[in-house]
Ligand binder design. Structure first.
Ligand code: F6R
Length: 251
């Protein structure tokens, strides 16, 4: 794995956007796996800026998002589809039909999970998967469990995730209790993974991800065995990791 230490959130976002841009430039019709949440907002802003300057072209890019809340339709402001449209897709020249988010309103969630797995396969897999990380080490909505869940599946959200996400809802009781998420196997099959983390509340999860045992109790720990993992984190998120005084480290 390659670890970049960024001074702050802005520097982290710029570095992550650089890595995604490189992917788009090297393979204009690439498949990007995307994430929502607070972590990637700065990265998406930077990509939009470079697109507006004429340095990036999204017209052949395809995307698959990690997850979606169950019960929210794409036009609900709290849905991840809405988040992606607002924070990236509406501001670049991507074809909306090339962007994919699981359907949280599908009638039959098992069929929806199968559809999403087949879709990712039919696109030829994911070239670069962007990930944030939860304070408990979750990736996508793969929460700490007894075993790694493999493909797209429905999950019960843990109280800590519901609480962390409630900041984005008017009332904590509105936070959905279920979500649909890509599984660990799907994420691990991405050809490249880019994990971003900012802030001290991620420091424990990042320390366990890089140096801890590989265990489904810390879902992100499995990333240690991916052969093309890049972590971009700010100083606060890396505050529990001893990297010497290096800004870039290959482990
Ligand atoms: C969202 C996702 C989640 C978040 C994680 C961190 O699509 O997959 O795993 O990446 O909950 O969220 P933030 O970035 O808001 O701290």
């Amino acid at each position: 794995m390659r670890i970049y230490k960024a001074k702050d959130y802005q520097a982290l976002s710029r570095k992550a956007a650089n890595i995604i841009s490189a992917q788009i430039i090297m393979k204009p019709n690439c498949v990007l796996g995307l994430a929502t949440g607070s972590s990637p907002i700065g990265t998406y802003k930077q990509l939009i800026e470079w697109y507006q300057k004429g340095d990036l072209d999204f017209h052949e890019v395809k995307t698959v998002n990690l997850d979606e809340y169950v019960g929210l339709s794409g036009d609900n402001e709290q849905s991840y589809r809405h988040f992606m449209n607002e924070n990236l897709f509406n501001h670049v020249n991507i074809e909306l039909q090339n962007t994919n988010v699981p359907d949280g309103r599908a009638e039959d969630m098992n069929t929806e999970c199968q559809r999403y797995n087949n879709l990712i396969r039919s696109l030829g897999g994911i070239d670069l998967q962007l990930l944030g990380i939860g304070r408990n080490g979750h990736i996508g909505f793969n929460e700490p469990e007894e075993a790694f869940e493999q493909e797209t599946h429905m999950v019960n959200l843990t109280e800590s995730t519901i609480e962390a996400n409630s900041r984005l809802f008017n009332d904590p009781s509105e936070v959905p209790r279920h979500a649909v998420t890509m599984g660990i196997k799907t994420i691990m099959q991405a050809r490249q993974i880019l994990l971003i983390a900012s802030g001290e509340d991620k420091a424990d999860a990042i320390q366990k991800t890089i140096f801890g045992a590989v265990t489904p109790r810390v879902p992100a720990s499995i990333l240690q065995i991916h052969n093309s993992l890049t972590i971009v984190a700010d100083e606060a998120a890396l505050s529990k990791c001893d990297l010497g005084n290096k800004d870039m480290l290959v482990l």
